[in-house]
Design a protein. Structure first.
Length: 468
């Protein structure tokens, strides 16, 4: 039985970030763009559109469901910083017919367009089942071979269509799991990943197909390609995928011997009552968190109930259940976070400083907060922190001074008195001059008649007489 491989080829994090940081430049270069140091684009010349947005699209697509034999699943996808959503997925808890107790779950991580990922999500399972070797009797060798043949058939079909219609760009990685009553078939073609959590730990995970892996590198070089900046010919970051036909044009080599191979790696694993859940996710997830960290985080959440991102969680009957104790700890943690945010605001207010969200997040990241979810840490409480931040921001927002009725009366009295006509007949031009014409003037409250409703009474003018 294959177990979690700690010897899987890994790249230092700073190298991965360097490659990520140069992705825009590489994309522009290979599509005829100019680097930052190049000439200024001529007026009227069409620029190659950036694959990234100015701000991420954070809206999530959610889906969940159950199978009759106790399996539950949930899906979440998000576009993120990419200009287009290129991921797709399958969640089929029951294949129906004699395979009613079989299920199929898959994540398709598209690149250079969404066409291949969409086509695979609609047809790949049909191609696999059409081989006719996947039956309820379950010959595991036949099932594995049927899966491989289904991948090769759909890739041939798309390749023929691409040649006929004149397109060769675009591809998709695939990570999927075919579940039978007795076995789990892990299917991987590319750098998306699936893992199985059993007894609280990662029991198995698929191996990423990267160009720098020794076995992949040998095939790429034999097909006439090179690996530069951990990419095939300096461009493609995966060594196996469906589509990507510009890397599959060496006619004298077989379809699985091209620079990019459509052949999946299939691993079967016997099911256990201790199986808790499966995780399937695109590389955008695995670039930021490790296997054990994500496993620990999901287990904790089950108890407490710049890339496209897609993730599927498939829970078996042995998965952790909602715990009242865990819920209580979660509530206490959120109360503590709200208290910490209030303390940060109070401290900054004493220094006459205006707090921003990034400052609050940094302060909380450096503070000791017992009870944070394992694997997720402070990041997992992002929504709670943001809500507490804006609650404090609203509570500490400067408000206009309140003026009492007595103070307002005195203000009006003073203002009007200053606008009262003088002996010479002059009149003020202030804000109250139109409200109180020359014919009237305010009377102090103590001299007002009991019948006066307005507090004002007319002043009788004496008629002018000619004096000789």
């Amino acid at each position: 039985m294959r177990t979690a491989r700690r010897g899987n080829v890994e790249v230092p994090s700073f190298v991965r970030q360097l490659v990520k940081g140069t992705e825009k430049m590489v994309t522009s270069f290979f599509k005829g763009g100019r680097g930052e140091g190049g000439e200024v684009e001529e007026e009227g010349e069409e620029a190659f559109p950036s694959p990234y947005l100015d701000r991420p699209v954070l809206e999530k697509h959610l889906e969940e469901g159950h199978a009759r034999w106790g399996l539950g699943y949930a899906l979440a996808t998000m576009q993120g910083w990419r200009a287009h959503m290129e991921d797709d997925h399958n969640c089929v808890p029951s294949l129906g017919g004699e395979l009613a107790d079989w299920g199929y779950f898959a994540v398709y991580d598209g690149h250079a367009g969404s066409m291949v990922a969409q086509y695979c999500s609609q047809h790949l399972l049909d191609y696999i089942l059409a081989t006719g070797v996947i039956k309820a009797t379950e010959d595991k060798e036949a099932v594995s071979e049927g899966i491989r043949e289904g991948f090769l058939r759909i890739d041939r079909q798309m390749h023929a269509t691409a040649r006929r219609e004149g397109w060769d760009r675009g591809g998709s990685t695939v990570v999927s799991v075919l579940l039978s009553p007795r076995r789990l078939y892990f299917i991987n073609c590319g750098d998306s990943r699936a893992l199985l959590c059993r007894d609280g730990h990662v029991c198995f995970y698929t191996e990423d197909h990267k160009p720098y892996n020794p076995r992949e590198l040998e095939r790429i070089q034999n097909a006439g390609g090179t690996v530069t900046m951990q990419r095939i010919n300096g461009s493609l970051a995966v060594s196996r995928a469906l589509g990507d036909f510009s890397y599959k044009e060496v006619e004298w080599r077989g379809e699985t011997e091209q620079m990019v191979s459509p052949e999946p790696e299939v691993c079967d694993l016997e099911r256990s009552p201790h199986d808790e859940f499966l995780l399937l996710a695109c590389d955008g997830v695995w670039d930021t968190i490790g296997n054990e960290e994500l496993c620990a985080f999901v287990r904790n959440r089950l108890q407490g109930s710049l890339d496209n991102i897609s993730i599927i969680i498939v829970c078996f009957p042995g998965a952790p259940q909602v715990s009242p104790v865990a819920l209580q700890r979660e509530a206490e943690l959120e109360d503590l976070i709200e208290s910490k945010v209030a303390d940060i605001f109070e401290e900054l207010r004493e220094r006459n400083e205006e707090p921003d969200l990034l400052y609050v997040l940094n302060e909380l990241a450096s503070a000791t907060l017992p009870g944070l979810p394992p694997g997720g840490g402070i990041t997992s409480k992002r929504n709670c922190i943001i809500a507490a931040y804006y609650q404090q921001k609203e509570a500490n927002k400067p408000r206009p001074p309140m003026v009492s009725m007595a103070g307002m009366t005195a203000f009006i009295w003073t203002s009007v008195a200053l606008k009262t006509p003088t002996r010479g007949g002059s009149h003020g031009n202030g804000i109250f001059s139109s409200a109180f014409p020359m014919e009237t003037r305010p009377i102090p409250a103590k001299t007002r008649s009991s019948t006066s409703q307005t507090g004002f009474r007319p002043i009788k003018r004496k008629e002018k007489t000619n004096r000789r």
